[in-house]
Design a protein around this ligand. Sequence first.
Ligand code: ATP
Ligand code: MG
Length: 213
Amino acid sequence: MGSKYIVIEGLEGAGKTSARDVIVSTLKESGVNEMVFTREPGGTLLAEKLRSLVLDIRSVGDEVICDKAEVLMFYAARVQLVETVIKPALAQGQWVIGDRHDLSTQAYQGGGRGIDQAMLATLRDAVLGDFRPDLTLYLDVTPEVGLKRARARGELDRIEQESLEFFNRTRARYLELAAQDDTIRTIDATQPLEDVMQNIRQTIMAWVQEQGA
Ligand SMILES: Nc1ncnc2c1ncn2[C@@H]1O[C@H](COP(=O)(O)OP(=O)(O)OP(=O)(O)O)[C@@H](O)[C@H]1O
Ligand SMILES: [Mg+2]
């Protein structure tokens, strides 16, 4: 089996970072040892600078980042990561495990912010071409559950401070896109951590088998 790009998606506090360990251990059992980890926005020097600009309003004083500027900063960071980290790793036979990728933009900006969804798809295709993850695990939680977990963990960033309605729209878009795409598998992440991890493990095992078939 060739190298693959697996992405973890979901609202804040869904359990994305926690999911990584179980993905790694499950893949190792399947004989995958060479893995690279990415997070978005970020993962290169430039992309991390864009991350702090886009997630931290204080870095631009009181200036409000307009919706399209925000989208373009996410894409600048994303394409830099794809071209300089993800594609080279895959070409060298390493698997890439990503904490968020393009689905976040489609869900947060398309769903949450209400930016024209056709425009976002056009932008994605123009910037990324046909580059897509091989598998996306979407960890589905209600915003109430996710934000409670994220809050318990510490200070909230600019996007995390959005309204509950924003996150409800984001979640609805995630679910809508997941239903249309075979490469996106939805995990009920409102369950206790142990059950979620077990579910992720089973999903990865089944998917790896499908790849070999
Ligand atoms: N299923 C679960 N049940 C209870 N607590 C959980 C569950 N999953 C994760 N947590 C806890 O919730 C907090 C947030 O989890 P985690 O950091 O993995 O989420 P995340 O999706 O990476 O969030 P962010 O988008 O903010 O990075 C952590 O303290 C984690 O231990
Ligand atoms: Mg995280």
